[in-house]
Design a protein around this ligand. Structure first.
Ligand code: SF4
Length: 408
């Protein structure tokens, strides 16, 4: 990722600037659709001298329109879709004695880590795809039909904090839109551009970010709930999923305790909680950082502790600390991470739509297209499978870490 490029003494490693590919697609007349991850809006301002954690969603959308976007959608909408599927999958696993714990799957670096070093846990990874990888085939099927577009003419650019997503979109399984249309295979998501790359692109085009007039997302799949917004924080996916799991199990809206689930918030490397929903006991854990993930798995195996649901993000702090986020050499990155985290929590707390299952456009897309979570079409477009990677896993013991040292 670009972080290596910033410390390479000989400049042998160069940071990628993949936005040139998007410019090529625009020149070819493709309909360019930008989708923006939650963590970008609290970090892109830093590329232009703003305070870390500045919430600049409308300026970011305006910047993408200035770059030539035909459509701009919010990946938080797809985060809501992910929660609908992942929470339903969790309930299905619990009720039907399927493998537990369910591990989250929205971090491609974590998924590849399991495929490489812990393949026996592949059945535990949620089959629900990440928000980006749910959104892309949804755009090239549901949206393409609505707009009367040929999906081959749509070029999707995901703006993310994540360098690992550059790998994820190339996974050979992610050709679901072309399978749906029975066309020759094409990628669901065409390109990933990181927050830093976006900053470089805007500077190369002489776009003055802070002078842009605010703009809003396009209206068909306009935005996500607060649950979708906090996806960028460590613990955010867990909190979002438990809000909807509670609703699915009880039929009631989650109360204040679940709308601010303090035990899964904060920068501890491993956070654990025990809950009970309608008599169903749930033991959950939230882990960030690969060292912590190794230590957690060791702890789970040696202690024999049963967990139902475990969120793992490989970047410290979650996606707000992703490898493609703005860098601040010489500064305390944890202070910066915490400002970004707080900005997302503040946004969640400030809006009335807090839960994925309450999002009216999410209800609409199930009514018009997917039918229901875990339906055959949802399984086809929104779920996937994983496979063992044999190349790097000869001696995983060399990476093991002490759980006691990292669970704080
Ligand atoms: Fe990407 Fe890091 Fe987020 Fe994982 S935690 S999805 S590697 S930004």
């Amino acid at each position: 990722c670009g972080q290596c490029a910033n410390v390479c003494p000989t400049h042998a490693i160069k940071e990628r600037q993949d936005f040139m590919q998007a410019k090529d697609a625009m020149r070819q007349g493709k309909k360019t659709v930008f989708i923006t991850s939650p963590s970008v809006r609290v970090a892109i301002g830093e590329e232009f001298g703003m305070e870390p954690g500045s919430y600049v969603e409308e300026k970011m959308v305006a910047a993408l329109r200035a770059l030539g976007a035909d459509y701009v959608f919010d990946t938080t909408f797809a985060a809501d879709l992910t929660i609908m599927e992942e929470a339903s999958e969790l309930i299905d696993r619990i009720q039907n004695n399927k493998p537990l714990p369910q591990f989250t799957s929205c971090c491609p670096a974590w998924v590849k880590f399991v495929e490489t070093y812990y393949p026996s846990y592949i059945p535990n990874i949620s089959t629900s795809k990440s928000p980006i990888s749910m959104f892309a085939p949804t755009i090239k099927t549901y949206f393409a039909k609505k707009e009367g577009l040929d999906p081959r003419d749509i070029y999707i650019v995901a703006i993310t904090p994540c360098t690992a997503k550059k790998f994820e979109i190339l996974r050979e399984e992610f050709h679901d839109a072309s399978d749906y249309h029975e066309m020759e295979a094409f990628q669901d998501c065409d390109l990933v551009v990181t927050t830093r790359e976006l900053g470089n692109w805007l500077k190369a085009e002489n776009i003055v970010f802070d002078e842009l007039e605010d703009s809003n997302y396009d209206t068909l799949m306009p935005r996500g709930s607060g649950a979708g917004i906090i996806f960028g924080n460590t613990g955010g996916v867990m909190e979002a999923a438990l809000r909807s799991a509670y609703y699915f199990i009880t039929g009631n809206e989650p109360g204040d305790d679940l709308l601010k689930l303090e035990v899964v918030r904060g920068m501890n490397g491993v956070k654990e909680a025990s809950l009970e929903i309608n008599g169903i006991p749930l033991r959950v854990a939230v882990v960030h950082g690969t060292d912590n993930a190794r230590a957690f798995i060791d702890h789970m195996e040696t202690s024999g502790t049963h967990y139902d649901f475990v969120e793992v993000m490989t970047c410290r702090g979650g996606c707000i600390g992703g490898g493609g986020q703005p860098l601040h050499p010489g500064e305390d990155m944890d202070v910066i991470r915490e400002k970004r985290i707080q900005a997302l929590y503040d946004k969640d707390a400030s809006i009335t739509l807090r839960n994925s299952h309450d999002n009216p456009q999410i209800k609409q897309i199930y009514e018009e297209f997917f039918d229901a979570p875990l339906s055959p079409l949802a399984e086809k477009l929104l779920h996937t499978s994983y496979h063992e990677r044999k190349d790097l896993n000869e001696n995983p013991d060399v990476y093991r870490r002490d759980y006691q040292k990292v669970s704080k």
